[in-house]
Design a protein around this ligand. Structure first.
Ligand code: GLU
Length: 469
C-alpha cells in the first residue's frame, strides 16, 4: 500500500496517540474518528465532443456540529482515502481554532491544467448539482471552499449553481466560501491561510525558552525560511514572513526549486512566475532540479505548503530545519514525525497552523448570514471619534499632528476586522495547545496537544447532545 493510500490511517494514528491523554470513553473516540458520510459520484461531462466520466467525492467527517466545512480539491491524485483524511483533519482543525463546524472535504479527480475554462465550469456546475441532489451542500448543511487546484472562480460557479436551485433561500450565498468579493466574499480570505501561518509562526517564535531549546533566539526577524509550494498558501505565507523580516532562502515547486542564501524577493518571483508560467530560469537564485532536495537545505523554518506525505521516513533524517510549520495538510507521516521529534525538531501542526483559511471562511459565512459587510455600521463613527481625540491632543499640546500620524488611526474596515479576528484566533489557539503540551510531562509534540484539545472539545459536544447516555 502506498503512503497515499494510508493517509486516512495516518490521521487515525495521530488521534490514537492523543486519545490516551483524554478521559473520553473508547467508544466515543471511535465515533469521533470515523467518517459520518462518504459520497462518491461518477458523472458524465461532454468534453470536446466526447463523453468523459468524472470521478468525484464529498466526505462529511463529523456531524457533531453543522454545517460541515472544508475545501474542494481538483487534482488527478484525488481518491477516497485522501478526501476522507482531509475531511477528518477539517474536523480537528475547526475544533482547535473554535470554528463551530464539523469537518468535510470534496475532490474531483482531474488535472485542471488539462481542461479549458469552459470545461472546468461545466464540471464544477455538474458536481455542484450532484451535491445539491443529495443535500451535500447548503448554508446549514455543508459549505465548501477552495483547496488545492481551486479558487475564487470555482467558488463563484458553485455559488451561482446553488443559488439558481435555491432562490427562496435568503442565505443561499452562504453555501460556499472563498467567493469573489462581488459575490459575497470577504476581504482577506485569499491571503488567510498564508497570513495565519505567519501569525502562528510568529507567536511560536516569541517564546524565548522554547526557542532556546532548539538553538534559536526569539522573534521572526532574520530567521531563514524554505517554503515548499508557491501556490496561494505558500506565496502568501512567504510574502507576509518576508514583510516581517524573515529571509526566504528557498522556494520549492513541483518543477524544481530556487535557492538564494541572501533571500528571494517574493513579489518579484511571483511576477516572474505569472509572466513565464514557471519558476525555471529565474535569474536571481540558483535552480535546483530535484525540488525535494531543497527541503533538506539548512534553514530555521521549513514550511511544506503543497501536498500530503512530503516528509516520510525516507527523508526525515536529512531535514535540517529547526522548525517545521505545516502549511499543507498532512505533509509529515507519523513515522517521519517520530524521527524528527527525536532529532529535536519543533513541529507546528497543520490542524493548527493552516487553520487561518477556515477561520476566515467562518467570517465570510457570518457576513453572508448577516447580509452586511464587517465595519459598515461603525467605520465612520470610529473614524470621527479618533479624529476628535487627535484634534483635542493637537489643541491641548499645541503640536501639529502629521497626516501620517492621523491616518494611522482610522475606523476599522472589513480587512482590518478580518485580520484582527484571524490574528486573535491564531494567538489564542497556540497558547491553548502550548499549555496542554506543558501540562503533560509525557506528551511529545504540539500535534498531540492539538489533537487532545480537539478531541476534548468534540467529545464534550457529543456528550452534551446526549448521544452517549
Ligand atoms: N481548504 C482549506 C483547508 O484545508 C480551507 C477550508 C475552508 O475554508 O472551509 O483548511
Amino acid at each position: 500500500m502506498s503512503e497515499q493510500i494510508k493517509f486516512f490511517q495516518n490521521v487515525q494514528t495521530y488521534v490514537d496517540q492523543a486519545a490516551g491523554f483524554t478521559k473520553l470513553p473508547k467508544g466515543l473516540i471511535e465515533q469521533i474518528k470515523v467518517c459520518n458520510a462518504v459520497y462518491q459520484i461518477n458523472f458524465p461531462v461532454k468534453i470536446k465532443d466526447q463523453i468523459k466520466v468524472i470521478e468525484a467525492y464529498r466526505v462529511q467527517h463529523s456531524h457533531h456540529r453543522l454545517p460541515t466545512k472544508g475545501g474542494i480539491r481538483y487534482s488527478d491524485m484525488v481518491n477516497q482515502d485522501e478526501v476522507m483524511a482531509l475531511a477528518a483533519l477539517m474536523t480537528y482543525k475547526c475544533a482547535v481554532v473554535n470554528v463551530p463546524f464539523g469537518g468535510a472535504k470534496g475532490g474531483i479527480r482531474i488535472n485542471p491544467k488539462e481542461y479549458t475554462q469552459e470545461e472546468l465550469e461545466r464540471i464544477t456546475r455538474r458536481y455542484t448539482f450532484e451535491l445539491i441532489k443529495k443535500g451535500f451542500i447548503g448554508p446549514s448543511q455543508d459549505v465548501p471552499a477552495p483547496d488545492y487546484g481551486t479558487g475564487e472562480r470555482e467558488m463563484s460557479w458553485i455559488a451561482d449553481t446553488y443559488i439558481q436551485f435555491n432562490q427562496q433561500d435568503l442565505n443561499a450565498s452562504a453555501c460556499v466560501t472563498g467567493k469573489p468579493i462581488g459575490q459575497g466574499g470577504v476581504h482577506g480570505r485569499t491571503e488567510a491561510t498564508g497570513r495565519g501561518i505567519f501569525y502562528g509562526l510568529r507567536h511560536a517564535c516569541s517564546f524565548a525558552d522554547d526557542m532556546k531549546k532548539i538553538g534559536l533566539t526569539a522573534g521572526i526577524e532574520g530567521k531563514t525560511v524554505i517554503v515548499q509550494g508557491f501556490g496561494n498558501v505558500g506565496f502568501h505565507a512567504a510574502k507576509v514572513l518576508e514583510e516581517n523580516g524573515a529571509v526566504i532562502v528557498g522556494i520549492a515547486e513541483y518543477e524544481g526549486g530556487l535557492y538564494n542564501p541572501k533571500g528571494i524577493d517574493i513579489d518579484d518571483l511571483k511576477k516572474y512566475q505569472i509572466e513565464n508560467r514557471t519558476i525555471r530560469n529565474y535569474p536571481k537564485a540558483k535552480f535546483i532540479k530535484q525540488s525535494n532536495l531543497l527541503m533538506e537545505e539548512a534553514c530555521d523554518i521549513l514550511i511544506p505548503a503543497a501536498l500530503e506525505n512530503q516528509i516520510t521516513k525516507d527523508n526525515a533524517d536529512r531535514i535540517k530545519a529547526k522548525i517545521i510549520g505545516e502549511g499543507a495538510n498532512g505533509p509529515i507521516t507519523p513515522q517521519a514525525e517520530a524521527i524528527l521529534l527525536k532529532k529535536g525538531v519543533m513541529i507546528i501542526p497543520d490542524m493548527y497552523l493552516n487553520a487561518g483559511g477556515v477561520t476566515v471562511s467562518y467570517f465570510e459565512w457570518l457576513k453572508n448570514l448577516s447580509h452586511v459587510s464587517f465595519g459598515r455600521l461603525d467605520y465612520r463613527h470610529q473614524d470621527n471619534a479618533y479624529n476628535k481625540i487627535v484634534d483635542l491632543i493637537e489643541h491641548n499640546t499645541g503640536r501639529k499632528i502629521t497626516k501620517r500620524e492621523r491616518d494611522s488611526l482610522h475606523g476599522a474596515g472589513e480587512l482590518d476586522i478580518v485580520r484582527s479576528g484571524l490574528e486573535d484566533t491564531m494567538v489564542n489557539s497556540y497558547e491553548n495547545i502550548r499549555d496542554i503540551l506543558k501540562r503533560h510531562k509525557k506528551m511529545q509534540s504540539l500535534r498531540t496537544a492539538a489533537y487532545v484539545d480537539a478531541l476534548e472539545k468534540i467529545g464534550v459536544t457529543y456528550l452534551q447532545m446526549g448521544v452517549f447516555p
